[in-house]
Design a protein around this ligand. Structure first.
Ligand code: NDP
Length: 263
């Protein structure tokens, strides 16, 4: 039987996940294919999943917290953070996981030891990364446009909105906002971003497939930076292992996903 997988999001047209997973399925002769679903209303995730007869799914903006609620059971790290980016259908039960945070940790290995991180944004990705950093005793600061979303982070990090931002030194600054994804916006006012970039060693953006204004400014400041492609690869490999029940070798999955980046 051929299995069907999908990514749910809004927007979702930019997603590389179908290419990545289909490249693995096709080249390793795994009987499956992977499509994308534009989903306006996150509360329809569960019924859409079953209506399409999916074996599994990835979830992207803005539905990762809704995906947590759609699951019958949530396993591992996702349970602590309430954010799900991967769902596997186990005999009609939806099992949720989060592979973003471990995918990101893999992506920043090349920066070496990191002790202090500033996360810009306070959505699902920020939650996953903040909790994962804290797990490794990394000191976290979160900066977000709106005050409300910061409440979640108060126990695990120093929090600022744009009005009360206080500058410190950071080893790494990560943009987890969607500013720059479909527009040319910076994730915070320019004077704040410039001050931050003068006080960090490394810069990462969760957005991939384009050089965001944030990354452009980091490059102009001669900072070592990376976009979200390696995070995408890291989370995709871990999701594929879950989808295929660990029947494919990780090195083979990685090889074919990386090749799909050239398409
Ligand atoms: P959410 O919708 O959960 O959160 C978005 C955050 O961005 C909010 O804190 C919001 O702030 C902020 N924001 C949105 N627009 C702007 C703006 N114009 N200026 C400043 N802040 C803004 O999104 P996710 O956390 O799920 O995803 C965020 C980004 O990370 C997306 O671009 C996504 O594509 C990318 N991503 C990439 C991955 C990869 O594999 N490379 C994996 C996961 C995510 P406010 O509270 O004020 O609304």
């Amino acid at each position: 039987m051929k299995h069907l997988f999908a990514i749910f999001g809004n927007p979702v047209a930019h997603s590389r996940s179908p290419l990545m997973h289909n490249s693995v399925f096709k080249n390793l002769n795994y009987p499956a294919c992977y499509t994308r679903i534009h989903l306006e209303d996150g509360s329809k995730l569960r019924e859409t999943f079953f209506a399409l007869g999916l074996s599994g799914a990835n979830i992207t903006i803005p539905h990762k917290e809704e995906a947590f609620r759609a699951c019958d059971e949530v396993r591992g790290f996702a349970k602590n953070i309430g954010v799900v980016n991967t769902i596997v259908n186990e005999n009609g039960h939806l099992i949720g996981y989060n592979t973003d945070a471990d995918g990101f940790m893999e992506a920043i290995k090349e920066f070496g030891h990191v002790e202090t991180v500033l996360i810009i944004g306070a959505g699902g990705t920020a939650k996953a990364l903040a909790n994962r950093f804290v797990q490794d005793d990394i000191k976290v600061t979160v900066l977000n446009r709106s005050k409300e979303k910061l409440n979640y982070f108060k126990e695990i990090s120093t929090c600022h909105d744009w009005e009360d931002f206080k500058l410190s030194k950071y080893d790494l600054v990560v943009n987890t906002t969607s500013a720059g994804l479909k527009d040319e916006e910076l994730p915070a006012p320019k004077e704040i971003i410039e001050a931050i970039l003068n006080n960090t060693s490394f810069v990462a953006d969760a957005i991939y497939g384009k050089v965001t204004p944030f990354l452009k400014l980091a490059c102009a400041n001669n900072l070592t930076s990376k976009d979200g492609a390696d995070m995408l690869l890291g989370q995709g490999i871990l999701a594929n292992v879950l989808f295929t029940h660990a029947n494919l070798a990780i090195e083979d999955i990685k090889f074919h996903m990386l090749r799909s980046f050239e398409l």
